[in-house]
Design a protein around this ligand. Structure first.
Ligand SMILES: Nc1ncnc2c1ncn2[C@@H]1O[C@H](COP(=O)(O)OP(=O)(O)OP(=O)(O)O)[C@@H](O)[C@H]1O
Ligand SMILES: [Mg+2]
Length: 344
């Protein structure tokens, strides 16, 4: 009865707790918050100074007493306490005026995280005021958010390339039949770009610059018109600032290694898919989602490698949050966890 009362007045929340970005979906409103999963901390006082976009601007630019950290690096929770602070901050930010009402929360979590980490996420949400917490594995949320017919007795395939992890799954009848994840995704691509500049140009660049290069001229398949970009960094031997001009061809070369690892995981999932379901995939192919799927030429490359149709989700950066949101709406309709979906 009390639950019913709460559900009338509270705005339930869906959250994509990503290693690079956190998105919050509020029932009835859609996605209301998108911020980098970054927290700036004053080390001497152990105090949180900034969260989200404000903290991301500080990455690599802080004085010695302040650190800007990404508490979810590599798809696992590297720092419990900071992750909890971040979850609380985001929940309170979208719920500031409704502080007294306790929302239900659906959180998308990487499929590889441990029981202890799951509990940590659950507890943080409860401490932030959640009445009920449901955890859903990200590939499943991404599949739902990309409008794949997950509850049908046919196979759907999703490949979510995020910041820290790439998760690939074949889904049928509301469950994941085959799933694999690897901690190679956007961050690893940035690292490879940093290393490339150091080796080939003797130039030290920061992570944020590497990400900019990837987004502006990165590709994995020959482009109709190749691109160039000016990149600023610090000369390794002279120690002075220097600018160089790079081409999309050389960045493509630098991205080969992580991309090959992602292709390998996709192929492993296909090899382990039961034959009946494989045959569904011949026509339906796979959907790619996550920020990493925005890399130029990725659908073309995956098509060439797997001989399957490959589609990019309509809004790759929002799929998981939208999936959590749809799950919330289902929860409401049924007033209990939807049977066709497995919560954890
Ligand atoms: N246009 C683009 N081209 C290539 N990469 C991009 C583009 N836009 C964003 N990215 C990359 O996508 C990654 C972030 O994607 P996303 O927000 O899906 O990750 P996440 O959900 O936070 O991480 P994870 O799913 O691993 O927990 C970053 O590495 C970012 O650099
Ligand atoms: Mg993600």
């Amino acid at each position: 009865m009390l639950d019913y009362f709460f559900s009338l007045f509270s705005n339930d929340i869906g959250m994509d707790l990503g290693t690079a970005n956190t998105l919050v979906y509020v029932k009835g409103k859609g996605i209301v918050l998108r911020e980098p999963s970054v927290v700036a901390i004053d080390k001497s006082k152990r105090k949180v100074l900034a969260v989200g976009s404000e903290a991301k601007l500080m990455l690599g630019r802080t004085p010695s007493n302040i650190v800007a950290v990404r508490p979810l690096r590599n798809g696992v929770i590297a720092d419990f306490e900071v992750t909890q602070e971040m979850i609380k901050y985001f929940i309170q930010k979208v719920h500031n005026r409704k502080g007294l009402l306790r929302p239900r929360i659906v959180i998308g979590i990487p499929s590889g995280i441990t029981e202890v980490e799951k509990r940590a996420v659950q507890e943080s949400a409860q401490q932030a005021g959640a009445r009920e917490v449901y955890l859903i594995e990200e590939p499943m949320a991404a599949a739902i958010g990309s409008d794949l017919p997950v509850s049908e007795p046919n196979a759907s395939m999703i490949c979510d390339i995020g910041g820290g992890t790439t998760e690939v799954a074949v889904v049928s009848l509301g469950g994941m039949v085959v799933t694999k994840s690897v901690d190679v995704a956007g961050d690893e691509m940035d690292d490879c770009i940093v290393q490339h500049f150091r080796r080939k140009h003797n130039l030290i660049i920061g992570e944020s610059t590497a990400e900019e290069v990837k987004i502006q001229i990165g590709s994995v398949f020959p482009l109709k018109e190749e691109k160039t970009m000016e990149v600023k960094g610090r000369d390794q031997s002279k120690g002075l600032p220097r600018t160089i001009l790079v081409t999309s061809e050389e960045i493509r070369q630098a991205l080969m290694e992580p991309i090959q690892l992602i292709i390998d995981v996709v192929k492993q999932v296909l090899e382990e898919t039961p034959p009946e379901l494989s045959s569904d995939l011949v026509d339906r192919g796979m959907v790619i989602a996550g920020g990493g799927s925005l890399l130029r030429g990725l659908p073309e490359l995956l098509r060439q490698e797997t001989e399957l149709p490959v589609h990019r989700a309509a809004d790759p950066l929002s799929c998981v949050a939208l999936g959590c949101g749809k799950y919330l709406e289902e929860l409401d309709k049924m007033r209990s966890a939807p049977k066709f979906l497995k919560t954890i």
